[in-house]
Every structure is written in C-alpha cells, then in structure tokens.
Design a protein around this ligand. Structure first.
Ligand code: NAP
Length: 500
C-alpha cells in the first residue's frame, strides 16, 4: 500500500472513511478496476480512525451504522464504541479485497480541471497524477476548528483538539480544562473526570442531552443476528423506521418533540442534584435546533465535587490558565479543545479549481455551499461529493445517505462510460432549482426557527449542511442518475450539448 501513485487513474477517490471505502467497494463490484483511493491518514476509518478520545462511541444505533451490504452480527452493544467501528471498517476493507487500490499517507494538495484534456490534474504529497473523475469523500467533520481565543498559542501546558487526542499525555492528578459541550465533549468529560485531579468544563451554550439507551447485546441476540436468516435485517429496518419518525419534529413542527424535551429535562433532574447547576445546564432553545446529544453519565460527571461547569465567557488563555469575563483565573495543566470542525467552509473547496479556473471556495463565497443533489456542482465537471452540501442528518445514520450517493455517482460514471462522455456537470438551472427547494423547505425547520446558533449554519445564517426531508426521499431522488439534468461533453468533441 506504499506503492507510488500511477500517472493516471479513471476515478480518484479522496478519503478512506465510510464514504471512500463504500465507493471503492461499489466501483469494484461494477467492474471499474481502474480507481484509486487516497487518504492522508495511515488506515481506513476516517473520523473513526481519527477520533480516539476516551469514551468515543457512536450516537447512532450500531445496527444502522454499518453498510447495508455488510451487516455486522458481532456488534457488542446497541451503540458501538469507536474501536469496534474502526475494526468493522478494517474488516470490510479486507473482506471486499479493495485495499490494493488504497494509498495511505497521501494528501491531496490541489486539483484543477483541465478543459483541454478533459481531466483533473491532481497534485498530492506523493506526486502528481491525472484523473477522469474525482470523488471527494473526505468527510464533513474532518478538519478541527480551533477556538479563536486570545493567548491560546502561548499556553505552556499540553493542548490538543478532541479529534487529535494526545495519548502520551497522562491526565492522572492533573488540572484539566475542556472547552466545549458538544457531542465530543460530553463523551470526554465523564472519562476525564475519573482521571483528573480537577476538571473545568467551559460551556458557551447548554446542549439538550437525552438518556443514552445503550446496552450490551445478549448472546442469544448475537446468535440470532448471525444464524437466523432475516433477523438482523428486520431488526435494522425497525430501528430505521423508528429514527425516521423524528423527521416531522425537525422539519414540520418542533412541538412534536415535546416528549423528547421532557425526557431530556428528566435526564437533568436525574443526573444533577444541585439546583444551581441544573439551571446552568438547562438549554434555552428548541430541542433539535442543535444536534441532540445522548448520555447517561455527562450530568453525573458535572455534579462531581472535583468538576466545575464554567459558564462565564472565556476572555483569554494565559500561559498557565484560563481567564473568564468575571475576572477569575483558573489554573490548567492540560487544555482539551472540543470545539468542533470546519463544516460550512469545507477546507478542500479552496483547493479545487473548476472549468473557469475559479476555486470552489470562490464559487461558493456568495451562495454558500451548494451542490445538485448534494453531489455535483456546475462549473466543476466530473467532480462528485459524498456527504456534500445539505446531506447531513440530525436523527439517523449517515451511512444511509452515503450509500445513496454512492449509487448515484456510480450511475453517473457508468453513464459516462456507456455514452462516451468525457465531461459531465449539472446544468446551472437544475442546481439552482434544487438549492431553492432545499432552502425553501429549510425555512420552517427547527434548525432555522429554534433560536440557536449551530455548526449547521454558515456565516449568513443559511443551513448548507442538513437534509430537510426524510432519508427515504433522499434515496428515492438519487436512485437513478438523471442525465437530463446535466450538460455532457462527448469524448473527442469540442461542442457542449445537453445529453437528454
Ligand atoms: P460541536 O458540536 O461543534 O461542539 C463544539 C462545542 O464547542 C460547542 O459546545 C461550542 O459551543 C463550543 N465552542 C466552539 N468554539 C468555542 C469557543 N471559542 N469558546 C467556547 N466554546 C466554544 O463539535 P463536536 O462536539 O466535536 O461535534 C461535532 C459533530 O460531530 C457532532 O454534532 C456530531 O455530528 C459528530 N459527533 C458524533 C459523535 C458520536 O456519534 N458519538 C461524537 C462526536 C461528534 P456553542 O454550542 O456555543 O457553539
């Protein structure tokens, strides 16, 4: 797998997480021998390779958090811990025998569309190559977002982001600070509280936290998943439809989430005894506006005498501590920033140059991130996104979305081969109509009306990350590659025509 890069590949896939691995398997299955998957990391897994913080686990049920074509009867729990998901992905990669097409430790630096050659010219840390098509499977939650806090670069203790956990740092007996109270932080806090001498948790906005209905699978269940035909698939289907029932509460009427709100408030009562602390952790926005978190041990951890929840805004990080707006200075040995990821400004967009030489970041500067069916972009021929704009979910498994996009992209690549097309891009009007429809539907969602700021929204307040409909609608819309929405340039021709 350390082989050098070829000079040309038919399909270059960027990223070896769920999306890149799934794409590789489905390309292989369709007889596309000539493809390559590159990843800057040293293994498959993507976010599940990178997020190794203590307590890392999936908050989507394990049964749904796997490929439909590679169910895993061996999940130990209803919500899988990170090492199990990573092991699952490694096993799938080996079972489907695609790893010979993967190159690890290769970072894509730039890619530019060459209109004359009808190819992508790609520059990587391991050399240059050309590709007929590019599939960006680098993920929406891969680039850490560091907080812009005065003095943080002069902090003299250990400091690291939640997704770049420093396993060499021993937290035992230390004064630790965690900045952030999102999905990552609430898993980290109970673990760190166990080891540190003292933990300060810096909360800017109190999140909604539901109980985590996690349990170990019984032996009999696992036996049935493995040996009784249909059992695991039926179980998975039941979970799928159960999750889908949440969609109206997010997209039609937030009042439908009243039972969830009640459960989350009861979770506070159950986990925290101190009334003042209860008040501090009670959110002041509609449940669902930000991602709903799940935990049974976050609130009890905050309730410990050796843990403080700090809600005064941070004004600066000094070389040895954190100062807040009330003037307090708290000493810190280890600073853990669990402040999320670059989501609405997709960093790779600055490195992709389209037909007219503009970068994708420039093309998106005014409009915000937009792509036809969350997958293709006008002006950027033969470029495909998995987990592109407006494909994210707040309630179910991204693997379902990923598989839907893989089917669509494979259809596009097959159409190119069968029809002799060298360049394919969505028509501007098709992309505009798709985006207008998504944004119209977005207006009444809880993400727009729920009274919160979140990583779902860009600097203009537009939600360019989430899908505002059911997941089965998304799948239906991407089931067939709709070439009539595309401009297609036949091979060996210089005139652009609409391939209908
Ligand atoms: P996140 O949800 O974006 O949370 C970041 C946290 O940091 C928020 O509490 C935010 O406060 C706070 N923050 C950011 N900048 C700050 C600053 N300058 N000062 C103080 N606080 C600041 O990030 P995340 O927790 O890493 O989660 C990201 C996404 O990854 C999740 O929504 C989820 O989709 C996924 N994830 C999933 C799992 C799982 O399946 N178990 C686990 C982890 C992550 P505000 O709320 O005020 O902005």
């Amino acid at each position: 797998m350390s082989d050098s890069l070829p000079r040309h590949t038919r399909v270059l896939v960027i990223g070896a997480g769920f999306a890149g691995l799934g794409m590789a398997i489905k390309l292989d299955e369709a007889g596309f021998g000539d493809f390559l998957v590159v990843d800057k990391g040293d293994d498959v897994g993507g976010t599940w390779r990178d997020n190794t913080y203590p307590g890392a686990a999936c908050d989507v049920p394990s049964q749904l958090y796997s490929f439909s074509f590679a169910l895993n009867p061996d999940w130990s729990r209803s919500f899988s811990p990170q090492p199990e998901i990573q092991a699952y992905l490694r096993k799938v990669a080996a079972d489907f025998q695609v790893l010979d097409r993967f190159r690890f430790g290769v970072e894509v630096r730039d890619a530019a569309w060459d209109e004359e050659a009808q190819q992508w010219q790609v520059s990587t840390s391991a050399g240059d190559l050309t590709a007929d098509a590019l599939v960006n499977a680098s993920g929406a939650l891969s680039e850490p977002k560091l907080p812009d806090i005065a003095g943080i670069e002069d902090f003299t203790g250990e400091v690291f982001h939640s997704s770049r956990w420093d396993h060499h740092t021993d937290l035992t007996g230390k004064r630790v600070a965690v900045i952030g109270t999102g999905a990552s932080a609430i898993q980290i806090v109970p673990e760190v509280a166990e080891r540190a001498a003292h933990l300060d948790v810096y909360q800017r906005t109190a999140p909604w936290v539901m109980p985590r209905g996690d349990r170990a699978y019984r032996r009999l269940e696992r036996f049935a998943f493995r040996h009784v035909p249909g059992v695991q698939r039926a179980y998975r289907t039941g979970i799928y439809w159960g999750r889908e029932c949440f969609v109206p509460a997010f997209t039609v009427n937030p009042k439908l989430a009243a039972p969830a709100r009640k459960m989350a408030l009861a979770n506070i009562e159950r986990g925290i005894s101190d009334p003042a602390l209860r008040e501090k952790v009670t959110p002041h926005f509609e449940i669902g506006c930000k991602r709903i978190l799940i935990s049974n041990d976050y609130y009890p951890a905050l309730d410990r005498p050796d843990v403080d929840l700090v809600t005064d805004p941070i004004t600066e990080v000094t070389p040895t501590g954190i100062r807040t707006a009330d003037g307090s200075l708290r000493d810190v040995d280890v600073l853990i920033v669990a402040t999320g990821f670059h989501t609405t400004d997709m960093p790779i967009a600055a490195h992709l140059k389209g037909r007219d030489g503009r970068t994708l970041a420039d093309a998106w500067r005014e409009s915000g991130m937009t792509a036809y069916k969350g997958t293709t972009v006008n002006g950027f021929p033969n470029l495909f996104f998995i987990v592109g704009p407006n494909t994210g979910l707040g309630h179910s498994s991204m693997v379902f979305i990923i598989e839907s996009q893989i089917t669509y992209i494979r259809g596009a690549l097959q159409a190119m081969g069968e029809r002799g097309i060298s360049a394919l891009e969505p028509r501007a009007d098709a992309q505009a109509a798709w985006t207008a429809d998504v944004q119209r539907r977005m207006r009444r969602t809880v993400w727009s009306t729920g009274g919160c700021a979140s990583w779902y929204l860009d600097d203009h307040g537009r939600n360019t990350t989430l899908w505002p409909r059911t997941t089965f609608k998304f799948r239906e819309l991407l089931r067939r590659f709709d070439i009539e929405a595309y401009d297609a340039l036949p091979r060996m021709s210089s005139t652009k025509e609409t391939a209908a």
